[in-house]
Design a protein around this ligand. Structure first.
Ligand code: PHE
Length: 456
């Protein structure tokens, strides 16, 4: 089979560049914005525990599977699936898995960009000192008024989409690699500073307990599905982002080792974000289940009362934007790579098309926070529905099939070639997990959520 040994789109300069880029993809709004608010909505501790279990049992093994598929295929997820299913002598229909990923990427980026736009807006709002000395109520009102003006949300969404496409158009390697190298450490340091601040509020213990003391009575079937969905979302799994990043990975790098570092860093950032936010929620009598606005209310409030808060607040929102940025490029890269490979487009042209399509889809999300806020399907707004469909259904299903492909479809010798760096025991453990445990776990969570198990 003519399996390319390097990608036509380029290669990371080293395995560290891969680790940084993949961490950049994994660490994003999912960690800082989404994790705290869904943990809040789903009762805290027990939810966090299920989420951590999903990272270990489901996330890490599938992450390894996705990287190895990508590195062997060396193309966009769609063409990688075509090449590898041919190599294994199996049906070419596996390319549909690549397609599902590309579509999920579009859908996710369309709302991701809107939320990242909020972050951008808050860079400036915090920069002009809008929150200095503001009360909890005032900060909440400022946020509500912001959401009520669609043209503002649309403008920031547009700016963020342009930022994303500019980077993708230049190729992932130039600029991004360098940017991530400086920005990720800054983000870590600032998170630690914020947690330090939260530790000094009287409610730190309460926040800590909320996050780490499991109360299983608060856990619904749906919460378990949301926790698992979030494990996929936060690790960027199940839609080909990690696959395409793997396709730019140097031959000699160890897939398992890099995976542990990336998953560890991602989990660390999420837990730190939770520890920074919940003490502030309780100290100010805010509602932990406040939903998507949680971070945009608690953090400005905290910064508004901190000496030098306008400065730190601005810096923090800048970093959130950068974290979102390095994730956004990985959401659209599979589509762009496919357009270049198959349609023969130049990278720039591919970016314009993919970017416009995503932007258009994002308009629905913008409106779902104001003009369409009462338009609901299954009790969910357009944004809620998109988020639920992608994170809780498309990504876990995509991940499930990726796992199945790696251990049931690909020839074992080929898999072993890509995972040559792990020792025998590690390899066996991984294979066992991905063959049986991971798919079964994903299926059980799904069936439970649909209610099949209770009724059948
Ligand atoms: N992992 C990113 C985050 O946590 C989101 C993402 C999902 C990125 C899927 C790429 C693919 O914000």
């Amino acid at each position: 089979m003519n399996r390319p040994r390097t990608s036509i789109h380029g290669e990371w300069s080293s395995r560290w560049a891969f680790v940084l880029a993949a961490t950049g993809s994994a660490v994003g709004l999912g960690n800082i914005w989404k994790f705290p608010y869904i943990a809040g909505e789903n009762g805290g501790g027990a939810f966090v525990l299920v989420y951590l279990a999903c990272i270990v049992i489901v996330g890490v093994p599938i992450f390894i599977a996705e990287v190895l598929i990508g590195r062997r295929g060396r193309q966009s997820p769609i063409n990688t699936m075509v090449t590898l299913s041919q190599e294994a002598g199996k049906s070419k229909h596996w390319r549909l898995l690549g397609w599902a990923g590309v579509i999920a990427g579009f859908l996710i980026l369309s709302y991701y960009s809107v939320i990242a736009g909020w972050g951008l807006a808050y860079v400036f709002r915090s920069g002009i000192g809008l929150f200095s000395g503001a009360s909890a109520e005032e900060v909440q009102t400022i946020f509500n008024e912001f959401l009520a003006t669609p043209e503002r949300l649309l403008a920031w969404h547009t700016i963020f989409m342009v930022m994303t496409m500019v980077v993708v158009a230049r190729g992932v390697r130039s600029g991004l690699e360098k940017a991530v190298r400086y920005l990720m450490p800054c983000l870590f340091v600032l998170l630690v500073v914020l947690v330090g601040y939260a530790m000094n509020t009287a409610a730190f213990g309460q926040g800590f307990e909320f996050l780490f003391k499991p109360d299983f009575s608060k856990l619904s079937q749906d919460s378990v599905l949301i926790a698992m969905g979030h494990a996929f979302f936060t690790l960027s799994l199940g839609m080909g982002a990690i696959m395409i990043y793997g396709s730019y990975m140097p031959e000699r790098a160890s897939i398992a080792k890099t995976t542990f570092i990336i998953a560890g860093a991602d989990t660390f950032v999420a837990l730190m974000a939770g520890l920074a936010i919940f003490p502030l929620v309780f100290a100010n009598n805010l509602e932990p289940g406040a939903g998507p606005g949680l971070m945009f209310v608690t953090l400005p409030l905290a910064f508004g009362q901190m000496p030098g808060g306008a400065f730190f607040g601005t810096l923090f929102f800048v970093l959130i934007v950068f974290a979102a940025w390095t994730s956004a490029i990985s959401l659209i890269e599979p589509a762009v790579a496919w357009l270049v490979e198959t349609r023969g487009m130049r990278r720039l042209t591919a970016c314009v098309w993919a970017g416009m399509a995503t932007w258009l889809l994002g308009v629905g999300t913008v409106l779902s926070f104001n003009l369409w806020s009462e338009v609901k399907l299954f009790g969910k707004t357009y944004f809620d529905l998109l988020d639920y469909l992608t994170a809780n259904i498309m990504l876990p299903l995509g991940g499930l099939f990726i796992a199945v492909f790696a251990v049931w479809i690909m020839k074992e010798a080929h898999v072993r070639e890509e995972l040559a760096m792990i020792n025998k025991t590690g390899y066996r453990a991984w294979r066992l997990l991905v063959r049986y445990v991971t798919p079964v776990a994903v299926l059980i969570v799904f069936l439970n959520a649909i209610g099949v198990l209770q009724h059948g």
